[in-house]
Design a protein around this ligand. Structure first.
Ligand SMILES: [Zn+2]
Length: 214
């Protein structure tokens, strides 16, 4: 059976698909595909939360953390950076249906972060046959055309140290590869410095620790 990828279900839930494709996907789900139904329900939940949290302001403590991330790389006197801290709104390990199969070490992990109307879908999984971790993601701007998130710089950093960087493709997708990183300062930044728009505090990569919900 052919399944639909997660980002398709994101589009489905946002209502940005063509009628025919959406109908085909609904048929597939109604035919009893649990995997796709779960993906669809996850995205509906995430989007509902995103709707409610559109006016969300990061707490003072999060702002302070973000400022310290950048402070070291800034020469005094330069204009300060305006950064939106993405908020973790979905973590696959926190899902009740996954109780009992909690993995340790490098396990596939799915996160969704939100900053304003932007959703960032992040998958972490071990690279096959290697010690590395694949970090794939997609930036989704709610109800906006895809062009707005094409060719955006995505950086993987530990504090001020850049580990890897890439740009989003025409679907807003990005892919980075890294070794597991045992530092709580692991972050993704989206957008071009010095005008960084979004900072995603990832927590450890490939570790058992997870980022914190607010
Ligand atoms: Zn399916």
């Amino acid at each position: 059976m052919k399944h639909y990828p997660s980002e398709k279900w994101a589009d489905y839930s946002r209502g940005t698909l063509g009628k025919r494709e959406a109908a085909e996907m609904k048929r597939h789900m109604d035919a009893g595909c649990r995997k796709c139904r779960q993906a669809s329900e996850m995205w509906s939940t995430v989007l509902k939360m995103a709707q409610q949290e559109a006016s969300y302001q990061p707490p003072e403590s999060a702002v302070r953390v973000a400022k310290s991330f950048f402070a070291a790389s800034r020469v005094e006197g330069k204009p300060s950076v305006v950064t939106h801290i993405a908020r973790l709104i979905f973590d696959s390990l926190r899902q009740p249906q996954l109780e009992g199969v909690r993995a340790t070490g490098v396990a596939p992990r799915h996160y969704v972060y939100q900053a304003g109307t932007m959703l960032v879908d992040v998958w972490m999984e071990p690279a096959p046959g290697m010690d590395a971790v694949n970090l794939t993601g997609q930036i989704l701007e709610k109800s906006k055309p895809t062009q707005s998130i094409v060719d955006i710089k995505v950086r993987l950093k530990v504090g001020d140290l850049e580990i890897a960087s890439t740009k989003t493709n025409q679907f807003g997708e990005f892919h980075l590869e890294t070794l597991p990183i045992a530092s709580p300062d692991v972050q993704l930044t989206i957008g071009d410095e010095p005008k960084i728009t979004v900072l995603i505090p990832l927590g450890l990569i490939g570790g058992a620790q997870s980022p914190k919900f607010d």
